[in-house]
Design a protein around this ligand. Structure first.
Ligand code: TYM
Length: 333
């Protein structure tokens, strides 16, 4: 049987080059080999405060962006999370098989609690359980994500194993799939942190919606070091090494090839070359996203079709789960 893949992306900002190389590029590549289910996870985004109109339009934008990045809605089931209410029901059930202690240890919960001390809501705490529900509902074998989501996939495995140990083989145990290069693209202004679409400093990330000029400016202003050598040394030269990684990802070259190409040339030549390489990757995405957004009714139809496909699978899993835990089933509508 073809293996199933699930992954999701939050409409909490415009995706960055980190999202692209950490996740979206693998999502696209996996479509030929796997049965893929991809979601714009708008319920997860409610753990932060957004203007409702901004969240709604960003969800549509993100859906169009997935298509522009090469996700084929005919091959893969592509849907908006809140269109498939089974995610919420399974979350509640799984909550009862998840321990307070294990959620307290999640590094993302600790980070976000620091970032939004005025809004440490229960959703933020429960975020990994909704994510486990996303994954487990689709009997997913593999979950392509960036490095920062590894812990969340691991807790989904723990919850599934705990549930299976009580009720038998209800869930498939999913594997995280993290790209070797691209699994953690770093901030351009602080290479000790990941490139993050919610970063308050726009200069820290390369957004997939940035204009060619903006991309070039941000690359030129990226933090490097007082040296001049284009050498891959993530510990000693984290800023330059991050740019070498980005250039390598954009051009398909190895980091050694990049070092050779820029030997003796200095940052003044290297940084604009990075900007050009990024723009070459983003040009077709920027163009196609506008095409998808310009046909609103086609976008609606694709969202509906994706949600129906996802729902059919999700409901089957949920029926299995309801039966297993002993929920009354006869009048389910
Ligand atoms: P999100 O929306 O923050 O990011 C989407 C994907 O992009 C990856 N990513 C990165 N990869 C490399 N370098 C970076 N700087 C970088 N920043 C982000 C993330 O690892 C992710 O794969 N909780 C998830 C969304 C989610 C999900 C799921 C993922 C909800 N349910 C089920 C997988 C399975 C999130 O916030 O991703």
């Amino acid at each position: 049987m073809t293996k199933r893949v699930f992954s999701g992306i939050q409409p909490s900002g415009i995706p960055t080059l980190g999202n692209y190389f950490g996740a979206l590029r693998s999502w696209k590549a996996m479509q030929d080999e796997y049965d893929c289910v991809y979601s714009v996870v708008d319920l997860h985004a409610l753990t932060q405060r957004f203007d409702p109109d901004v969240l709604r339009s960003r969800t549509r934008y993100l859906y169009a962006l997935l298509l522009a990045a090469g996700i084929d809605a005919k091959k893969s089931a592509v849907f908006v999370q809140s269109h498939v209410p089974q995610h919420c029901e399974l979350t509640w059930i799984l909550n009862c098989y998840t321990m307070f202690g294990e959620l307290s240890r999640m590094t993302q919960f600790k980070d976000k609690s620091q970032k939004q001390p005025e809004n440490i809501n229960a959703g933020l705490f429960d975020y990994p359980v909704l994510m486990a529900a996303d994954i487990l509902l689709y009997d997913s074998d593999a979950v392509p994500v960036g490095q920062d989501q590894k812990q969340h996939v691991e807790i989904a495995r723990d919850i599934a194993e705990r549930f299976n140990s009580v009720y038998g083989g209800i869930f498939i145990i999913p594997q995280p799939m993290i790209p070797k290069i691209g699994g953690k693209v770093l901030s351009l202004l602080d290479p000790s942190r990941k490139m993050d679409k919610s970063d308050p400093l726009p200069g820290a990330y390369l957004s997939l919606a940035d204009s060619p000029d903006e991309i070039m400016k941000k690359c030129k202003r990226a933090v490097t070091d007082s040296g001049a050598e284009v050498r891959f040394d993530p510990v000693g030269k984290p800023g330059v090494s991050n740019l070498i990684g980005i250039y390598a990802l954009c051009t398909g070259k190895t980091t050694q090839d990049v070092e050779k190409e820029f030997e003796g040339k200095g940052y003044g030549v290297f940084k604009p070359a990075v900007g050009e390489a990024v723009n070459a990757v983003l040009d077709p995405i920027r163009r196609d996203v506008d095409v998808y957004l310009s046909d609103g009714s086609q976008l609606d139809a694709l969202m509906r079709e994706g949600a129906l496909r996802a729902k059919a699978v999700a409901e089957k899993t949920l029926t299995r789960v309801r039966r297993a835990v002993g929920l009354a089933e006869s009048a389910h509508v």
